[in-house]
Unconditional design. Structure first.
Length: 133
């Protein structure tokens, strides 16, 4: 849809296009999805303190990425600026898996593992195809 191309079409939101509605719709939708994911992370944990810690870790990872985006060499750095964010996401996902596996029965954990392995395999395949190794 046209509304989802606001930031991509203009490159970024700046003083010239800050009041254009299509860019704001995109940011609002991304923010809404992010808040839903944080709510899911919080609701999946039995302990409220662990849920808050996981949410803070995810928010800190995003904040680190945003801080690194202010670097003048961000275009030369490319995907390397996401490195810390990826590591924190992986650590949080592993801890969430450990937390969720405690709540499930053995057969369900096996199917969850198969799904995780399948997604990891597809991710590696996507990496190989996109880099043409």
């Amino acid at each position: 849809p046209v509304a989802m191309q606001g930031v991509g079409r203009y490159g970024s939101i700046n003083a010239g296009n800050v009041f254009r509605m299509d860019g704001m719709v995109e940011i609002f939708l991304y923010s809404l999805v992010g808040l839903c994911l944080l709510l899911c992370v919080y609701l999946l944990t039995e302990d409220a303190l662990k849920g808050i810690a996981f949410m803070l870790a995810i928010l800190a990872a995003v904040a680190v990425r945003m801080v690194l985006a202010f670097s003048p060499t961000v275009f030369a750095s490319g995907a390397r600026t996401y490195l810390v964010t990826y590591y924190v996401f992986m650590l949080t996902a592993a801890l969430m898996y450990k937390e969720t596996a405690k709540q499930l029965r053995g057969g369900t954990v096996r199917y969850m593992n198969m799904g995780i392995y399948g997604l990891a395999g597809l991710s590696v395949l996507n990496l190989l195809v996109s880099t043409r190794l």
